[in-house]
Write a protein that binds this ligand. Structure first.
Ligand code: F0G
Length: 428
């Protein structure tokens, strides 16, 4: 089943065919991949999605392409997939106690092939790049998008050019981009400068842009929500909580929930809670002003993945919060790193930005926004090993302005059993 699909401006409603290479409307508005949901309202989609579980074809095995009617009409042989998705939802008594929320699940998007949720958008974005015969692909990135694009681009045999803020991305991510063979440009500036530059470069040099301003990326990331719902037998939680930076994911989550509800896949819409770092909080500031104004800030946070002051998907994300009766909150770097230490010590582990969802839940429970009897799914967006520097510095108490509440510093010992005995005795 292929649903009628086109590109549609979220501001003025102008439409374009899917094979046009454009990321914004002539009016400047962002574009959606819009489909005729009426055509799929017969209830068969849920059975189709469930029937594909355990399927062996690449498309069925992917936690993105399993939901292809709601992702992108593409022939199976055109799909560039590793395959991604199929990430776990964890429960942890320790984290329930720490956040104050009994019914808490953590969905670990760090289990994707390159270690972050970006693979979900990239499989679709790179597939579309091939569909429109792109000659090269590019993105600006705080690290994970570039790691993902470098991998999927290599898989598709496309030249990849990435723009990262010089000296400001975590080593795990930079090493991936270099290893997968992407032409890596370290821009003298921050992410927001790199984002501006890559848009100019793509326009002038005819390169296909694969940041989340690209509506096909958003379509792929919707699968985080579809898979979460499927894993819960289509019973939605009360809340879905996620870190927010460039706002692609918040946009995707809102669109997925809207469409799932319209199609009757779910009978009620969970509320989104988007969590920003205090030093990179333009979306939070706009939210507290009733979204009357778009805010921009100079971003500074230890969670380099979300160190973004002028998010490109702003208008789409406002819509997502409005559609879901959602909220936006902010947490300090200390709260982020302590939350990370808790997620890590639970045996689950994540990178700093990801932990802002756990920190956000704790804060929203304390404030009474999330009620103790409610259920929540926290999205962990990236793998623990993405940013080993931040983890080690936390446990060694080397982070400026942060006093670690849960430090686990290593101990240097003489190579004798006696020395070890003394250390363990101290622990007991
Ligand atoms: N968590 C992680 C680990 C990320 O890498 C990002 C974004 C986010 C959360 C925020 O998601 O941008 O959709 O609001 N990283 C981008 C990158 C910006 O370049 O890798 P968002």
């Amino acid at each position: 089943m292929g649903l009628s699909t086109q590109l549609k401006c979220i501001d003025c409603g102008a439409t374009f065919s899917l094979d046009q290479v454009r990321y914004t409307c002539d009016c400047g508005g962002l574009l959606d991949v819009a489909r005729d949901l009426e055509e799929a309202r017969d209830g068969a989609l849920r059975e189709t999605f469930d029937r594909r579980l355990g399927g062996r074809s690449l498309a069925d095995a992917s936690g993105v392409w399993r939901f292809r009617e709601l992702i992108l009409p593409a022939p199976e042989e055109a799909i560039v997939s590793r395959p991604e998705g199929n990430t776990s939802q964890y429960r942890s008594a320790r984290l329930s106690k720490w956040t104050g929320l009994d019914d808490l699940a953590l969905k670990h998007e760090g289990e994707n092939p390159t270690g972050s949720f970006k693979d979900r958008g990239m499989t679709v974005g790179v597939t579309q790049a091939r569909q429109v015969s792109a000659r090269a692909v590019a993105c600006a990135s705080t690290g994970n998008t570039s790691a993902s694009l470098a991998s999927y681009g290599a898989l598709a045999g496309l030249p990849v050019i990435i723009f990262v803020p010089e000296g400001k991305i975590a080593f795990g991510k930079l090493s991936q981009a270099l290893a997968y063979g992407a032409r890596t440009l370290q821009v003298k500036g921050d992410f927001d400068d790199a984002m501006q530059l890559v848009q100019d470069v793509c326009r002038e040099l005819d390169i296909y842009l694969l940041n989340s301003i690209n509506p096909f990326r958003v379509e792929g990331q919707k699968a985080i929500i579809l898979e979460t719902l499927q894993q819960r037998d289509w019973q939605p939680p009360d809340w879905i909580v996620l870190p927010a930076g460039n706002l692609g994911n918040a946009s995707a989550f809102g669109k997925a929930l809207y469409e799932a509800h319209q199609l009757g896949l779910i009978s009620r819409v969970p509320r989104l809670a988007a969590v920003q770092a205090e030093g990179a909080n333009p979306f939070y500031r706009s939210f507290t002003g009733g979204f009357r104004q778009r805010e921009r800030v100079h971003a500074e946070t230890i969670a380099t993945a979300i160190k973004i002051g002028d998010p490109v998907s702003f208008t789409r994300a406002v819509r997502a919060i409005e559609w879901t009766n959602g909220v936006v909150t902010q947490v300090s770097d200390s709260e982020i790193m302590d939350a990370k230490a808790q997620v890590d010590a639970a045996g689950i582990g994540c990178e700093p930005a990801s932990a802002s969802s756990a920190a956000g839940i704790k804060k929203l429970v304390t404030e009474g926004v999330i009620k103790p009897g409610e259920s929540a799914v926290a999205i962990l967006t990236g793998h623990l090993l993405k940013d080993p520097g931040a983890t080690v510095d936390y446990h060694l108490n080397r982070l400026e302005g942060i006093t670690p509440a849960y430090a686990n510093a290593p101990v240097v010992v003489e190579p004798t059993v006696d020395a070890v005995r003394q250390v363990l005795r101290r622990d007991a």
